[in-house]
Design a protein. Sequence first.
Length: 89
Amino acid sequence: RDPRYRTASSVLSCGGLRQQFSLVENIRLSMASMRFIKNDYHQIAAPDADADDRHGPKRVGLAEEGYLFLAGSEAGAQTLRENHALQVS
């Protein structure tokens, strides 16, 4: 048992967050989730998880590395361009 969740599988996972969406609702939800993870991580800290740490809850170990998307056709490339334009608008 790991009451501090330091060796739990979720903590040690290599998960990723994608923000490559084509619907405005999904883009907004993804952006809000990313803001939460970056700025409000302390709200999800386990009670007393870091009681002996004078600096408060640990930051989420987030590394923004990015994804590379490749299109297999000109139509696919156009779809990626359109999605990107929507995401940065």
